[in-house]
Design a protein around this ligand. Structure first.
Ligand SMILES: [Zn+2]
Length: 214
C-alpha cells in the first residue's frame, strides 16, 4: 500500500481539489510544450523561505535551486559532483533563463553555523561544514567585528553571502558572457522571515533596500 505522511496526503488532496483544477490547463500546456521559466532562483533549503510562495509563482514560472545557505560555489570544472553548478548550467545553457536571483533570508541556520565556529556543528555529518566553508573568509572577517551585535553579524553575513554568490556566478563563463551581452541579469534579495519583507539588492551600491510596491 502506498504511503506518505498524513499531512502530505491532506495537502495533496487540497491541491487536487483547489489549485490543480484552476491551473490544469497550464499544467497540460507545460507538459505538452515543456518548461520555459524566465527566472532562476537560488534560495536556501530553509522551510520558511520558499520562493514560489514569496513570489506567488505558478507552475513553470520559476526554476528553483535550493541548497544550504543559498550559496553558489566558484566555477570548478574538476570532474567532481557539483549539483549547484549542474543546475546553473542547465538553467543558463538549456533553459536560457533571463534572470538569476540569489535570495538569502534572515535567521539562516547555515549562516549562523558559519559564524559560530565554537559551537557544535550544525549536524554530525560530513558535508555542511565543508559546504559552508565556502564563506569562511567572510565569516572570519565579520566575526572579528566586536562592535557589531550577534544579530548584526548574522544579517551582515547573510547579505555578504548573497554578494559572494553573485560574484561566483560571474566566474562561470556561460553566465559572464551572457550577462555581458545583456541577455542575463543577476539579482540579489534577502527575505525577512518574521515580517515577510523582501529586501532587494541595489546593483550600483550592493546595499539591500525595500522596494516600493504599488
Ligand atoms: Zn538558510
Amino acid at each position: 500500500m502506498p504511503h506518505l505522511p498524513d499531512h502530505l496526503l491532506a495537502g495533496y488532496r487540497n491541491f487536487m481539489n483547489g489549485r490543480y483544477p484552476t491551473e490544469s490547463g497550464r499544467y497540460r500546456e507545460l507538459a505538452r510544450e515543456g518548461q520555459a521559466p524566465e527566472t532562476m532562483i537560488v534560495a536556501c533549503c530553509d522551510s520558511r523561505s520558499a520562493p514560489e510562495a514569496i513570489f506567488d509563482a505558478g507552475p513553470g514560472e520559476l526554476f528553483v535551486l535550493r541548497n544550504v545557505g543559498n550559496l553558489v560555489p566558484p566555477y570548478e570544472p574538476d570532474g567532481e559532483f557539483h549539483s549547484t553548478s549542474a543546475a546553473l548550467e542547465f538553467a543558463v545553457q538549456s533553459l536560457k533563463v533571463k534572470n538569476i536571483v540569489v535570495m538569502g533570508h534572515g535567521r539562516c541556520g547555515g549562516i549562523r553555523a558559519a559564524l559560530d565556529t565554537n559551537a557544535a556543528p550544525l549536524s554530525p555529518g560530513d558535508f555542511i561544514g565543508k559546504w559552508m566553508s565556502l564563506i569562511a573568509p567572510a565569516a572570519e572577517t565579520v566575526s572579528a567585528s566586536t562592535f557589531m551585535t550577534a544579530t548584526e553579524r548574522q544579517t551582515a553575513l547573510e547579505r555578504i553571502s548573497i554578494r559572494y554568490s553573485l560574484a561566483n556566478l560571474r566566474t562561470f563563463p556561460c553566465v559572464s558572457i551572457l550577462e555581458g551581452k545583456g541577455r542575463l541579469s543577476l539579482h540579489g534579495a534577502w527575505f525577512d522571515i518574521s515580517t515577510g519583507e523582501l529586501w532587494v539588492m541595489n546593483k550600483e551600491t550592493g546595499d539591500f533596500e525595500r522596494p516600493v510596491l504599488e
